[in-house]
Design a protein around this ligand. Structure first.
Ligand code: GUN
Length: 281
């Protein structure tokens, strides 16, 4: 079994980006810029936003943090997005999800111009991905593909099984694997004979948010196992969707939690921001 080190790979990517942001700044006389909007008081979101802002600084990206209260109206959110859309120092706009109840994520995200959608959440970007066209892709599934690439794990012609069909991970993950010529199966809560589907996988991606759901009896000998889950066990420890200790005996490659896909998500966000800046400056 080989361990896929997302933490180290993410650090390598951040160092590569630092060179690109330095070049950008010399060329255009300003920094690459990311606006981050956090609405409300969700504690997990506060941690994520703090981490994203810190990662930006380290990669030489200027961050513009905007905090709106839990009670913010749709008009307030939309007028902020309008201002950031027009701001030439802002190359990417990220609205941290989830939003407070009174706000529609669909409506608020739709106000972001597609070329500043560094999360790849907009219908236009997901549509392009579905058509196999160049687009900005959601950071977590993009991080999975980047790890497969850097570890030289072949995808073409392989049977890939994705557990989960969320708009943020499962769906774009399946499309990326399909675009890379895998034979893709998407499983979800209504899937019959889930174990049999998983046992066929050469590449198994778990993104369902259930601690240690994928057990060794669901994994083919030699499979590549990618764990996107971030869960807490009863004693407060972080764990993924995969029963790592037992599955690692069967897998050819496996990602740990923490230190696997998690750090890659932020590295790919930074990558999307730098790409957007280079493309639109
Ligand atoms: N909430 C959970 N994951 C994400 C993400 O990748 N981007 C944003 N904007 N919000 C999230």
């Amino acid at each position: 079994m080989k361990l896929i080190d997302g933490k180290q790979t993410a650090a390598d990517i951040r160092a590569e980006l630092k060179l690109r942001t330095t070049t950008f700044e010399k060329k255009y006389g300003k920094k690459v810029g990311l606006a981050v909007i956090l609405i409300g008081n969700d504690p997990a979101s506060q941690v994520y936003v703090r981490n994203k802002i810190k990662a930006c600084e380290e990669a030489g990206i200027r961050s513009f943090a905007h905090y709106l209260p839990e009670t913010a109206s749709e008009e307030e959110a939309l007028s902020l997005i309008d201002a950031l859309s027009a701001d030439e120092n802002v190359h990417g706009i990220l609205v941290q999800l989830p939003l407070p109840q009174q706000l529609s994520a669909e409506k608020i995200l739709a106000a972001i111009p597609p070329h500043k959608d560094v999360d790849g959440f907009l219908a236009e970007n997901i549509g392009k991905l579905a058509l196999g066209e160049e687009s900005t892709v959601a950071c977590t599934p993009l991080g999975v593909m980047e790890l497969l690439k850097r570890y030289q794990i072949p995808v073409k012609g392989k049977r890939a099984v994705v557990l989960g069909r969320s708009n943020i991970v499962g769906r774009p993950m399946a499309l990326l694997l399909l675009n890379a010529d895998a034979t893709v199966t998407v499983c979800h809560s209504k899937t019959l004979s889930l174990k049999e589907e998983c046992l066929r996988a050469d590449i198994l991606v778990a993104a369902i948010g259930k601690p240690k759901f994928v057990t060794a009896d669901m994994v083919k000998e030699g499979a590549v196992v990618i764990d996107v889950g971030i869960n807490r066990t009863e004693d407060g420890k972080l764990c993924g969707d995969v029963d790592f200790e037992n599955v690692k005996e069967k897998a050819s490659y496996i990602t740990p939690v923490p230190g696997g896909i998690g750090p890659m998500t932020i590295a790919m966000l930074l990558t999307n921001v730098v790409k957007a800046a280079e493309k639109n400056a």
